[in-house]
Structures are given as C-alpha cells and as structure tokens.
Design a protein around this ligand. Structure first.
Ligand SMILES: [Fe+2]
Length: 316
C-alpha cells in the first residue's frame, strides 16, 4: 500500500531567491482540503517564484524531507540576517523563530550529532543581527519573548548577552563564543526532571538540589558536543556562581568567575525578572535593573550591571 504523505508547515520567508531547494514545496487550496505541488525539488528560486510565494498564505513540505529543509534553512540564516531587503525586525523574528526550533531539538535530544553546527548557525545569525546599525536594545527587547519557556529563555539570554557584550566592547570571535556559551547556558536543564523545571510553586530541598545540577550537567553535554573552548564552557558551568562565593556548582569567588559567566549571569537574571511566569508578572526593564543594583550587588558584577544600565538607558 502506498504510504500517505504527511506535510509540515514551514516559514516561507526562509525560501531565498537564487538558491536551489532540495525539497518540494506544497500549497493548499483556499479551503485547506487539497494539497498540491507548488515547486519541485531541485528548483532554483527565481524572481517569479518569489512573487508567487508572496501570495501563498501557508507553505508546506513533505515531512520526509524535513531534514533537508532544516539544513537549507540553517544554511540560509546568515543570508537572511544580512539581507538589505528585509526589515530588521522581520529578519530578527525569522532568526528567532529558527532559533526556537533548534533549541527545541537540542533540549529534546541534547546528545545528538550535529548539535554544535546547528547552534553555531543560529549564533552566527544572531551575531550578524546584533552587529547591524538598527540593532538597539529596544528592538531586541521587542523581539524577545516575554512568556517563559526554557528555550525562549535561552534565546533571550543569548541576544541580551550578545548586545551587552558588544556594548562593553567584545568583538568578533569573542562575540561568537559568548553567543554560543549563552545559547547553551541552560542546556543541562534537559537532564533535570520535566516536572521540576515546570513546577509553579517553590521547589522542595530535594528538587532544588536536582535543579542545581544543571550547570554541571550542561558542561558535560557541551564537552560531549565537542566544545573545547574554556570560556564557552565556563559560561555554561559558572553562570550561577556568585561573587561572594555563595553560588554553585563550584562556589567560585570574584575573579575566579570568568567574564563570560559574569555577563551571562547578569543577562540571565535580567531576563528572569522581565519575563512573565505563571506565578508572577513581567517587570519593566527599569524596575528589573533597580532590583539588580540594589539587591544583587554581592552576587552580580556591578560593572556589568552598569553596562546594562547604560545600554538600556541609552536606547530609551
Ligand atoms: Fe541556569
């Protein structure tokens, strides 16, 4: 018996002119009852195709060709992120959406092969975005999701970290590396019980202990992924260390905590405070920074908080 095709909706904005697709594209009729072939695999997308694409509401691929589409989409993120024809917020939202899909895969299957390349493509996309003139913290905050999911949290922390790192003068390879580190900083949560991660109330002592394992677990996953850069690894392992030595997992103090970990820690807290959770509302960035300055000076690096203040304040 012939197997029935299953289709998956895709983001049509990722289909780029001048590029060959190695998967077929499908569209539906107005009633969404019949699926028909729109473009055959191996087609090079030209201007005409692009015009027709604009008129199509939803675009689909055969589920069996999903891997091929994923590869294509990741490979084109850079082209999209640097395109002068797409508005900044549009580009950013495309990269953000793709990043959510990749983080989904990463959290579901942290030990899979190819995770490092996937993360790198996303980080490269974000770095290209952050380096553009239109990239202000206001535009970045607009794109960041304000409802909490572990994956969106990772992406938010990553875009804040990249913005802040750029603001305080990090460049090129350092930006790429801190982008990677912040994107993966909470990956160890994939090894913590789902119910603990999503619990609404206060965690019990035992649950808290489980939760506190995530930085070291993330470090182990990163090592297995093939990450060898000490700074990238330190951001993952040490983002819950506190300057006064009361953090975890290693109880590091002051300068023992790497710059990467200190920047990520500030952005981690900033996103946690400015994001809505089931049990709390989102704070404004102003209130969040005030709390960080007034109450967390023993834990977080004040100079980095000051950088955040200037960055957020300068773009109001
Ligand atoms: Fe964390």
């Amino acid at each position: 018996m012939k197997k029935e095709k299953r289709y998956k909706a895709i983001d049509k904005r990722l289909i780029t002119e001048g590029q060959k697709i190695e998967f077929s594209l499908y569209e539906t009729n107005v009633e969404h009852t019949v699926m028909s072939l729109f473009l055959q695999s191996e087609t090079v997308i030209d201007g005409d195709n692009k015009v027709k694409l604009r008129e199509i509401e939803h675009l689909y691929i055969d589920e069996e060709e999903y891997d091929s589409y994923q590869k294509y989409a990741q490979g084109h993120l850079q082209t999209i992120a640097t395109s002068s024809e797409i508005a900044f917020t549009e580009k950013a939202s495309i990269v953000y959406k793709k990043a959510s899909e990749v983080m989904d895969e990463l959290f579901t299957n942290p030990d899979a092969l190819g995770n490092i390349e996937k993360s790198q493509d996303i980080v490269d996309g974000f770095v290209s975005l952050i380096l553009q003139e239109e990239s202000t913290i206001a535009s970045i905050m607009q794109i960041a999701a304000h409802d909490y999911y572990t994956h969106t949290h990772s992406i938010n922390v990553s875009v804040y970290t990249l913005s802040l790192a750029k603001f305080i003068g990090l460049k090129d390879k350092d930006l790429e590396d801190i982008g990677m580190s912040s994107m993966l900083h909470d990956l160890g949560k994939s090894k913590v019980d789902w119910e603990i991660i999503n619990k609404n109330g206060k965690l019990t002592d035992d649950e808290c202990m489980q939760m506190k394992k995530h930085p070291a677990a993330g470090y182990d996953i990163a090592l297995k992924m093939g990450i060898t850069d000490k700074r990238i690894l330190s951001g993952i392992r040490s983002h819950h260390e506190k300057l006064d030595g009361n953090g975890y997992p290693d109880g590091l103090k002051g300068n023992q905590i790497s710059l990467f970990a200190r920047i990520i820690a500030v952005c981690d807290v900033f996103d946690a405070l400015t994001t809505k959770r089931t049990y709390k509302d989102a704070m404004s960035s102003f209130t969040a920074i005030k709390i960080m300055k007034d109450q967390m000076g023993e834990h977080l690096d004040r100079r980095i908080i000051d950088g955040l203040v200037k960055m957020v304040g300068g773009n109001k």
